[in-house]
Design a protein around this ligand. Structure first.
Ligand code: HEC
Length: 425
C-alpha cells in the first residue's frame, strides 16, 4: 500500500507533466512569468560517447585550457541574446535535471528550479562583505550522465543505487547564484541575474523583483585520468575583468581537482599536488592576503589544507572530498570538527572508481544529487507513513506533492543541507 500511496501522489498532481514533480509547491495564482520544468526525458539506452575536446588536454599542465574546454561544451546552445536558456530550449544537445530535489524547505523554487546552497558568511567573498548572503543553484547532466540517472530512477518509487555507474564522458555542471549585491566586490559587477522565489512568497511582484546573480559555475567530468573515483571536478567564478561575448562568459577558471591528496594536512608540511588553484583570482588574492585586522578574517584558500574548492563551499572540505561521500545509505559529507587530522583524512582518500565511501554501502559514484534525491524520497515516504500510510487528499485545489510537502512559512529560517551538512558528533 505504501508504494501505491507514493505512486498516487506522483501521478495525481497537475504541477508536473512528467513522472517526477518539477517543483514541490504551486506558483501564486496571478504569476504569469516563467516556471521551472524538470528536464527528465532520460535516455533509455547509453548514448554513444562523443570525441570530447578536453580529453586531449592535460589538466595537470594546462588546467585553464582544460576547464575552458569543458565550459564551452557545457554552455553550447544555452546562450541567446544575453540570456541563459532552459535545457528544453537548447538546440545543440540535450541536458537533464536530477529528480527529487524539489522536496522540502531546501527544494527547488518554482521560477528556475534553484535549490538552497551553503550561505556565504561575512568576509568569505570579499573585504566588503559584512553580511551573510544566501546562495542557490541548479545542476544539469549531459546525455551520458542522464542515462545513469534514468537507470537509478527507473522505478520512480524505488531507486536502484546499484545502477549508479556513470560512463566515461559524463559531464555535470551547476550554476550557483548569490543574493549578495554586486557592490560587495568589483569583480562581481555586471554579473548576470536570474529571478528566484527565495522566500516562497505569495506576492508575484515581490518574486519578480527578487534577483540572484551568477557567482560560481561547477563542473564534474568522468575522466579516467583522475586519481580519485574516475572524476575530475573544477570550478569557475564570475569575474568582471574576464573578456566574454556575454556576461555569462566572464568566467575565471578557479580550480581543478584530479585527486584528494590523501596525506596532506595543515601540519603535514606538504601542499596539495592534485589540485590546481588560480593564484590570480581576486578571491584567492583576498583570502591569501586579507587586509590587516579584518573581522571576521576570511577562510583560507580554498578547501582543507589548500585543496581546491569553490568560493561558496565549506572550507573544511574539498570538491572531491564531499562528493566522495555520495552513497546509499547516506553518510556525513564532512568530517566532525572534533576529530584529529589523521581521522579527518578518511574524507580525503583517493577512492577507486566504484569504491563506496563506507565499505558496507553502495556508492552513488560521486553524485550528491542522486544522494540528496534518494534521501528526499525516503523522507517523503516517512512523511506519508506518519499520516497513517494513507494519502489524505488535502483541501487545497491543487493536490499532489505540492500540498503534501511540508509548507514553509514565508519567514521560516531555512536549514541548509546542501554543502553545509551538520557534522556528526
Ligand atoms: C560540503 C559538500 C560539498 C562540497 C565541498 C562541494 N559540493 Fe558539489 N554538491 C554538494 C551537494 C549536497 C550537491 C547536491 C545538491 C545540489 O545540487 O545542490 C552537489 C552537487 C554538485 C553537482 C551536481 C552533480 C551531482 O549530482 O553531484 C556538481 C557538478 C557539483 N556539486 C560540483 C562541485 C564542485 C566542482 C565543487 C568544488 C568546487 C563542489 N561541488 C563542492 C555538496 C558539495
Amino acid at each position: 500500500m505504501k508504494t501505491y500511496t507514493v505512486l498516487a501522489l506522483l501521478f495525481a498532481s497537475p504541477v508536473f507533466a512528467g513522472v517526477f514533480p518539477d517543483v514541490g509547491y504551486a506558483a501564486p495564482q496571478n504569476w504569469n512569468g516563467k516556471q521551472f520544468v524538470l528536464s527528465q526525458d532520460y535516455p533509455q539506452a547509453e548514448p554513444p560517447a562523443e570525441s570530447y575536446p578536453w580529453t586531449s588536454i592535460d589538466f595537470k599542465t594546462q588546467p585553464k585550457e582544460y576547464l575552458n574546454s569543458i565550459i564551452r561544451y557545457c554552455f553550447e546552445g544555452f546562450l541567446k541574446e544575453g540570456e541563459f536558456l532552459q535545457p528544453q530550449e537548447n538546440k545543440k544537445r540535450p541536458w537533464y535535471h536530477a529528480p527529487w530535489l524539489h522536496y522540502g524547505s531546501n527544494g527547488r523554487e518554482f521560477v528556475n528550479g534553484l535549490t538552497n546552497e551553503r550561505s556565504s558568511r561575512p568576509s568569505e567573498l570579499s573585504e566588503g562583505q559584512t553580511e551573510s548572503y544566501r546562495n542557490v543553484a541548479v545542476g544539469l547532466y549531459n546525455d551520458r550522465g542522464a542515462f545513469t540517472i534514468g537507470q537509478v530512477w527507473k522505478n520512480p518509487t524505488a531507486p536502484n543505487a546499484a545502477a549508479a555507474k556513470f560512463p566515461e564522458g559524463t559531464v555535470s555542471f551547476k550554476l550557483l547564484f548569490t543574493a549578495a549585491p554586486e557592490t560587495i566586490a568589483p569583480w562581481l559587477a555586471g554579473s548576470p541575474t536570474w529571478t528566484a522565489d527565495l522566500d516562497r512568497s505569495n506576492n508575484s511582484a515581490k518574486i519578480a523583483a527578487t534577483k540572484v546573480r551568477l557567482l560560481q559555475v561547477d563542473v564534474a567530468v568522468k575522466d579516467q585520468r583522475s586519481s580519485c573515483g574516475g572524476w575530475v571536478f573544477g570550478t569557475f567564478h564570475y569575474d568582471n575583468s574576464i573578456l566574454g561575448d556575454s556576461p555569462w562568459q566572464k568566467l575565471r577558471p578557479l580550480t581543478v581537482l584530479w585527486g584528494n591528496d590523501p596525506t596532506v594536512t595543515p601540519s603535514s608540511g606538504t601542499k596539495p599536488v592534485e589540485s590546481w588553484v588560480d593564484a590570480e583570482s581576486p578571491i584567492v588574492k583576498f583570502r591569501a592576503n586579507p587586509p590587516a585586522g579584518l573581522t571576521p578574517p576570511p577562510p583560507p584558500v580554498l578547501g582543507w589544507a589548500g585543496r581546491g574548492n569553490g568560493p561558496v563551499d565549506n572550507p573544511i572540505s574539498s570538491c572531491l572530498s564531499c562528493h566522495s561521500t555520495a552513497q546509499n545509505p547516506g553518510t556525513p559529507m564532512i568530517p566532525p570538527s572534533s576529530v584529529s587530522e589523521q581521522t579527518r583524512l578518511r574524507w580525503f582518500r583517493n577512492l577507486k572508481p566504484g569504491q563506496p565511501f563506507n565499505s558496507n554501502a553502495t556508492t552513488l559514484d560521486f553524485s550528491l544529487q542522486l544522494a540528496v534525491g534518494i534521501n528526499n524520497l525516503g523522507d517523503f515516504k516517512k512523511f506519508t507513513q506518519n499520516l497513517g500510510g494513507v494519502f489524505v487528499k488535502p483541501k487545497a485545489a491543487t493536490p499532489g506533492p505540492a500540498a503534501a510537502a511540508p509548507a514553509l512559512a514565508p519567514d521560516a529560517k531555512k536549514p541548509e543541507y546542501s554543502r553545509d551538512p551538520k557534522p556528526v558528533q
